[in-house]
Design a protein around this ligand. Sequence first.
Ligand SMILES: NC(=O)c1ccc[n+]([C@@H]2O[C@H](COP(=O)([O-])OP(=O)(O)OC[C@H]3O[C@@H](n4cnc5c(N)ncnc54)[C@H](O)[C@@H]3O)[C@@H](O)[C@H]2O)c1
Length: 321
Amino acid sequence: MDVLVSGGAGFVGSHLCAQLLNMGHRVHCVDNLVTGAERNIAPLRATNGFTFHLHDVVEPLDLPVDAIFHLASPASPVGYWEHPFETIRVNSEGTMRLLELAQRKNAMFLMASTSEAYGDPDVHPQVEEYHGNVNPVGPRACYDESKRLGETITAEFHRQYGTDARIVRIFNTYGPNSQLNDGRMIPNFITQALANAPISIHGTGAQTRSICYVDDLVDGLLRAMFTTGTAGEVYNLGNPEEHTVLEWAHLIMRLCESTSAIVFEEKRADDPERRRPNIEKAERALGWHPRVSPEAGLRRTIEWFRAELEQAASCLSLTSN
Ligand SMILES: NC(=O)c1ccc[n+]([C@@H]2O[C@H](COP(=O)([O-])OP(=O)(O)OC[C@H]3O[C@@H](n4cnc5c(N)ncnc54)[C@H](O)[C@@H]3O)[C@@H](O)[C@H]2O)c1
């Protein structure tokens, strides 16, 4: 198949491109590099069937496609606070452009939405039927609300034109190829722990998070796209193992053998108190379940961060010499 991955040079997209190539598909990676990096796809460049298109998906695009994974969007608070209008546009106009392409080419479509669509949830764990508790004018709204609009557009294409489209709500995912400094919990904690620098926790640390290793997420995305009967459906994808932020910090410090201290900073506005997916629907319909334990996934991620930070440090010392 010809498969388009928008946001393919990002963290999740680069893993998805690699897996699609392993499966024998031709991959069109489309990215404007606003938060992604060419180095994420450098190992794929030489692979047969891989093409990179430097392109903003808000603009029309014409490619031969059988399936479109729409992952393009800044995803971390740092990313969307730096690019609020780009975030709004890619999740609304960009979703529209890619759905138009899917409709023209009779291609399958998957929209990568987010657990942030549930806002600060008052239903726990979050099920797909829950409609969320989102502040439409808060600092996270450029992301949360534009993802919700992207979902609406996707649902409407399916309803009006019968487009073979589905939505996945992705919960906190981590792994190699993350941005080192994107302000998300796992990259932050690992970078700080490896440097034995203070680990900064926003709020009391009693808020909960559940984290999914990227290989598990990619497996879920592929199943959501290619399993029969998924068009028009919404699936949560994430790992339901839930811990407090403080517990995640302690686990990462132990795995990094770190001597960091923990410092508490002001709680971020609209930061959710509890986050855990209910994944029964994905388990039932897709036969999907996350397989990588947090400890195993974190060990692999820490090794990748260690190598990246060492490389960055040696580049820095070369430039200063
Ligand atoms: N990683 C997570 O924990 C997580 C959680 C929930 C949802 N998601 C969703 O998954 C998707 C991928 O997230 P990620 O963590 O890999 O983020 P990322 O920032 O690493 O990747 C996003 C990619 O999209 C590209 N992009 C942004 N706007 C674009 C545009 N207009 N045209 C073309 N390319 C554009 C960026 O350059 C980047 O390469 C996003 O849609 C995100 O909202 C991720």
